[in-house]
Design a protein around this ligand. Structure first.
Ligand SMILES: C[S@@+](CC[C@H](N)C(=O)[O-])C[C@H]1O[C@@H](n2cnc3c(N)ncnc32)[C@H](O)[C@@H]1O
Length: 208
């Protein structure tokens, strides 16, 4: 694991509770989960929540479709502990989300909320390629990212400490990468949820 990446997991672990409080019930995120529900395959679908964090997406999905079979994966122990309390009907495992190729299961839906900001361009490319190997054709990938010029990616500090390297992506680049990995864009949205000046992008892509 490179330095930037190890730091990202460490910082998310340290601020897990704060993160969960900040984003629980956030209107832009809730709207995006609802859009995902509209597109998901029928009841009982198998879903992988990639870099699930405190399990907010899993909790929302299960609240609305309790029959979903959800597994969440993340590397932060504290995020996973919170996820288990927020979404007790889901299963959570400690796993490196850059190693999707190790997974043997196949899924009807992949949820990937704000993992891309911690992946460099070539890592996004292989992540999306691997994701296509574990999603059934016709399945939906939910992918969110922070919008911006890749060249402006850099360290963002939290309250002046604990800098976190954050990668920005343009809508066009992510669309290109999704298409190249074997997805068709079903829908996308732009939001400005965090209030930090940077906007967020939400993609709903179908595996073709
Ligand atoms: C911004 S949070 C997103 C959490 C959640 N998906 C959401 O949308 O609220 C990023 C998460 O990615 C996790 N993470 C970062 N790199 C990871 C890796 N290589 N494998 C697994 N989890 C990772 C962090 O621990 C953190 O929980």
């Amino acid at each position: 694991m490179n330095e930037k990446h190890r730091d990202a997991v460490g910082i998310f672990d340290k601020y897990a509770e704060q993160y969960a409080r900040k984003y629980a019930d956030h209107p832009a995120y809730v709207a995006s989960y609802q859009r995902l529900i509209d597109l998901l395959p029928a009841e009982g679908a198998r879903i992988l929540d990639i870099a699930c964090g405190p399990g907010l997406a899993s909790a929302y999905l299960l609240q609305h479709i309790p029959s979903l079979n959800i597994t969440g994966i993340d590397l932060s122990g504290r995020m996973l502990a919170l996820a288990r309390t927020h979404a007790p009907l889901a299963r959570f495992e400690r796993r490196d989300c850059r190693r999707l190729a190790d997974l043997e299961e196949r899924y009807d839906g992949l949820v990937c909320g704000f993992f891309v900001p911690y992946l460099a361009r070539d890592e996004v490319r292989s992540f999306l390629k691997d994701s296509r190997q574990i999603i059934s054709t016709g399945g939906i990938l939910y992918l969110s990212a922070i919008e911006g010029a890749y060249e402006e990616s850099g360290y963002q500090s939290r309250d002046g400490k604990d800098s976190l390297f954050t990668y920005y992506y343009s809508r066009e680049e992510l669309q290109r990468q999704l298409l190249a990995a074997g997805y068709a864009i079903e829908d996308w949205e732009r939001a400005s949820a965090v209030g930090s000046g940077a906007g967020e992008l939400f993609f709903y892509a179908r595996a073709v």
